[in-house]
Design a protein around this ligand. Structure first.
Ligand code: PEP
Ligand code: MN
Length: 344
């Protein structure tokens, strides 16, 4: 059930409603939006709440018929804005997260983080725990990789996003990262979703290689039902019959997700297309389609990268991509950050 409070409802009226619900053994979850507060009561489905509907401050009590509850527009109409330091994701800004697929060394990562910052990127990405298709491929520097990322944040001021691949390592990754990424291969790892949903850092949830939009939203529902409402949805390409690109970017996921959910939507053009030649065009398309940001791979020496070199932009290509995004962002009413003055 969902209880919509009047815009003018007082805190004490809200408190009364919550108390009545709790006294009946329900678990009300208030959400404060721009046009007032709504209270989700997931465990009250089918209950008679006519008395609650008559309480002061209550505008409406209605059943939540959608399969999606906490993630849905029905639960919260106002867009969720995820805050990472002073960066807002899901608001007016178009946010760029960029960096190498994997953290390989301090020098490689710091050089990249500086370049991302100097080109106007907001957040630096890098994998310390890598979910590789082959067990013989580079698996990541693990905690050393996380330490390198923390050092890069210290120097550049950019927050870091990194993938967590198992419930046991959630506390470790949470100590270092600003945003926890759940990779495509783990989108339906429910033990991991529960563990990541139970901590309070923002989460970037990537769409599974073979997952529908509905399955993705239900995975996000796992995160949110564990109490984490700082969730971002990431479309990174899905597997189709097409072999010209690594995956097929489902750009229509942007408006579909925006209609169904209040959560920010991020596009990963790198994993979607798999080749540097196509990344730039899809990044621009992401801005035009209304995404809230992109996550892109860039590397100082893609030819010698330990993972995903073929889809990693070299530094000049990354700088060109950033320049190309700006006029499009402006045309669709989004703001991109001013480029930092390299002298400062
Ligand atoms: C990554 O971001 O490096 C990654 C492994 O992405 P995905 O989970 O989308 O394949
Ligand atoms: Mn990668």
């Amino acid at each position: 059930m969902i209880i919509v409070m009047n815009e003018s409802a007082t805190l004490s009226e809200l408190g009364q409603v919550i108390k009545v619900l709790e006294d009946r053994g329900f678990h009300p979850r208030p959400s404060h939006g721009q046009s007032g507060t709504v209270i989700g009561v997931m465990d009250a489905a089918g209950s008679d709440l006519a008395d609650v509907a008559a309480m002061p401050g209550v505008q409406q009590v209605s059943p939540l018929s959608s399969k999606f509850k906490l993630v849905s527009r029905g639960f919260q109409d106002a867009p969720t804005v995820v805050r990472v330091g002073d960066i807002e994701i899901g608001g007016k800004d178009f946010v760029v997260m960029a960096g190498p697929c994997a953290v390989e060394s301090k020098d490689q990562f710091l050089t990249t983080a500086r370049h991302v910052r100097d080109c106007g990127g907001n957040i630096v990405r890098g994998g310390a725990f890598k979910p590789r298709t082959s067990p013989y491929s580079f698996q990541g520097l693990r905690e050393e990789g996380l330490q390198i990322m923390a050092a890069a944040r210290e120097e550049t001021g950019l927050p870091v996003v990194t993938e967590v691949i198992s419930p046991e390592t959630v506390p470790l990754v949470t100590r270092y990262a600003d945003i926890l990424q759940i990779g495509a291969r783990n989108m339906q790892n429910y033990a991991l979703l529960d563990a990541v949903g139970s901590q309070r850092k923002p989460v970037l949830l990537k769409r599974g290689l073979m997952s529908t939009i509905e399955e993705m939203l239900l995975a996000a529902e796992y995160l949110m039902s564990n109490g984490n409402n700082q969730v971002m949805l990431c479309e990174r390409g899905i597997r189709t019959f097409e072999r010209a690109t690594r995956n097929t970017l489902d750009l229509s996921a942007v408006p579909v997700l925006k209609e169904a959910s209040h959560l920010p939507v991020i596009i990963d053009p790198s994993h979607a297309v798999g080749y540097v030649a196509y990344v730039d065009a899809m990044a621009r398309a992401a801005v035009a389609a209304g995404a809230d940001g992109i996550i892109v791979e860039t590397h100082p020496d893609p030819a010698n990268a330990l993972s995903d070199g073929q889809q990693s932009l070299d530094f000049p290509a990354f700088a060109r991509m950033m320049e190309g995004l700006k006029p499009i962002a402006e045309a669709v009413g989004r703001r991109m950050p001013a480029v930092a003055d390299p002298a400062t």
